[in-house]
Design a protein around this ligand. Structure first.
Ligand code: PAF
Length: 285
């Protein structure tokens, strides 16, 4: 497995792979890899000749410097895991390799439509600008046939689909289901920051979400939204930032179950911000 730090070296490696007709799969990550990433990488390695993974804690998508500083980083451990599951190329640049100084201060210009006005976009202004900025750069560098993203970041995935369409990028985006711990807690790099006691509290999030599916026949989406928020806020140490039941494509609030619906949540567990989601009118998730 090669660990590449410069764009130039990456481009030359990709050139060689393309010239020999290899299909390329790509998993962009911010490192601190967990079982959720592992499943993306394993799928990517199985479906392509070559699997490329990027590890880059992207500063432009953090709107909170403390969150950026505290984001877990462990390249050696991540590289060991990636090598054992079939990744052939790791791209791990420094920030000054990815960005010119002016790119770190000027907002990236992208037409999000309504997709960034709600949920994560509303509570983390500028976050998706940074995500689109970095993911579009990475896709242009790696030129993958397929790129793999987890459905835990539901809004991010909807925005990535729009980005590929509007920028006319020649890549197939593969949506991958949320991977959960046996307790139901969605896998996240941020879980590493939870104490044992906080982890137990955080487990209540998915318990309430999954129970809420049983009430979808009895309550309207708005009533159910309130029910979920109230139940989670009752757990000492948990504080809901938002819970919204939205259309799976437009991400706008739904008022009737006739629309394909997903409930998306952000919850503070102490100072750790966790997100999760659940589909209502499908049999999966
Ligand atoms: O989902 C993530 O980990 C990040 O937002 C991504 C897609 C790697 C871009 O930095």
């Amino acid at each position: 497995m090669k660990i590449i730090k410069s764009k130039k070296e990456l481009q030359s490696e990709i050139g060689i792979l393309k010239a020999s007709g290899k299909s390329i799969g790509f998993v962009p990550t911010m490192g601190a890899l967990h079982t959720g990433h592992k499943s993306l990488v394993e799928r990517c390695a199985a479906e392509n000749n070559v699997c490329v993974v990027s590890i880059f804690v992207n500063p432009t998508q953090f709107n909170n410097t403390e969150d950026l500083e505290k984001y877990p980083r462990n390249l050696d451990q991540d590289a060991e895991l990636l090598e054992s599951i079939g990744c052939q190329v790791v791209f791990a640049p420094e920030s000054n390799e990815m960005y010119e100084p002016q790119e770190l201060t000027a907002p990236f210009d992208f037409d999000f439509g309504q997709l960034d006005k709600v949920m994560e976009g509303k509570y983390r202004p500028g976050h998706f600008n940074g995500v689109v900025q970095v993911v579009s750069k990475l896709i242009q560098l790696v030129q993958p046939d397929k790129a793999y993203f987890g459905e835990k970041d539901f809004q991010q995935l909807a925005i990535i689909h729009r980005m590929v369409k509007l920028m006319d990028l020649k890549v197939e985006i593969v949506d991958c289901p949320i991977v959960r711990e046996p307790s139901g807690l969605a896998m996240s790099s941020r879980n590493a920051r939870l104490s044992e006691a906080d982890r137990k509290k955080a487990e209540e999030i998915y318990k309430v979400l999954s129970e809420s599916r049983n009430f979808a026949a009895l309550l309207s989406p708005i009533e159910l939204t309130q029910w979920v928020e109230e139940l989670i806020d009752l757990v000492p140490g948990l504080e809901v930032e938002y819970y919204e039941i939205v259309n799976t494509s437009t991400l706008q609030t739904v008022y009737s179950w006739s629309e394909p619906s997903v409930g998306c949540i952000a919850v503070y567990c102490g100072d750790v911000r966790l997100i999760d989601n659940i589909r209502y009118n499908t049999i999966d998730n």
